[in-house]
Design a protein around this ligand. Structure first.
Ligand SMILES: [Zn+2]
Length: 286
């Protein structure tokens, strides 16, 4: 993070999608609990260098203290189980975004990667989840969501939403990427889409994917959604990494490319977290 000039980042509590029965849903909640405990333990063990952050202000405060900020997210709403009360509990534990699903449909909504439609968007429970996340001020993340889910959430969410790690369908058609229509709608709704560094979303020949491929996606997203609605979501430790950008230490390479493309410092700050923090603030203000 020091080499890449990164002030903060998200640690995602990811849960694999399993059967949606009572027993397995409870296990998924336990897994999220366990991961959150691990994060707090690691941060405490390195308390001189970092701390948990929950708000945009925390990031600037920690920066002046010379500490790196770690935010907590939940990747897959399966981890909140079948009870809305768990959202409050995880909110209290410091969770600031929840990705509604992962690679399969769950009780909340349909996934972009599943082969069949279960709800054709949000389920009745999923609508309640959206409402509750709006009420508590937790960001709704639509990466991994099916297009039907995406449109439902834009319809029902009173707050802007994020797409934490998804790139551009117009550059490479993949279910994990966003169409131009989605990018424009997300921007109109005030949200942010974060280009992702997973090779297989960027180039049909995944092994050959490099930073130039990533930049094509990022630049296209800026062109379509506008400079105020794009960010970067690496997915490092979740499959992310391409030639030229394989870890936090390489992030500076993206900044160099943006400078070469003529972006101003103000624009670069927007892409490098500024837009994301604006959405976080808006969602938390309610
Ligand atoms: Zn993911």
């Amino acid at each position: 993070m020091r080499e890449g000039k990164l002030d903060g980042q998200y640690l995602a509590c990811w849960v694999r999608q399993g059967p949606c029965d009572e027993e397995n849903s409870l296990k998924a909640i336990d897994r999220v609990d366990e991961l959150i405990r691990h994060i707090y333990r690691q941060v405490e063990m390195n308390g001189e260098q970092c701390a948990i952050a929950r708000t945009p202000d925390d990031l600037s405060r920690l920066k002046t203290e010379g500490k790196k900020a770690f935010y907590i997210g939940i990747e897959n709403g399966y981890g909140i189980g079948k009870d809305l009360k768990n959202i409050t509990r995880f909110h209290d534990a410091g969770v600031t975004y929840i990705t509604l699903c992962h690679t399969r449909n769950n009780d909340i909504c349909d996934s972009s990667s599943d082969t069949t439609a279960r709800w054709n968007g949000l389920s009745p429970y999923g609508r309640k989840v959206v409402k509750e996340m709006n009420r508590l001020g937790i960001m709704i993340d639509l990466s991994h969501a099916a297009e039907s889910t995406f449109w439902d959430v834009l319809k029902y969410s009173k707050a802007p939403v994020i797409v934490s790690h998804s790139s551009a369908s117009a550059i490479y058609r993949h279910d994990r990427n966003l169409t131009d229509e989605q990018l424009r709608a997300l921007a109109a709704h005030g949200g942010v889409a974060q280009a992702c560094l997973v090779d297989e979303f960027l180039n049909p020949d995944a092994k050959k994917t490099n930073l130039t491929d990533f930049m094509k996606h990022l630049l296209h997203m800026v062109e379509v959604a506008g400079i105020d609605h794009v960010g970067i979501g690496s997915d490092f430790d979740g499959g992310g990494g391409v030639k030229g950008c394989n870890g936090d230490n390489d992030f500076i390479n993206i900044t160099v490319r943006l400078l070469e493309h003529g972006f101003t410092e103000t624009d670069i700050a927007k892409i490098w977290g500024g837009n994301f923090l604006r959405v976080m603030k808006q969602v938390q203000t309610k």
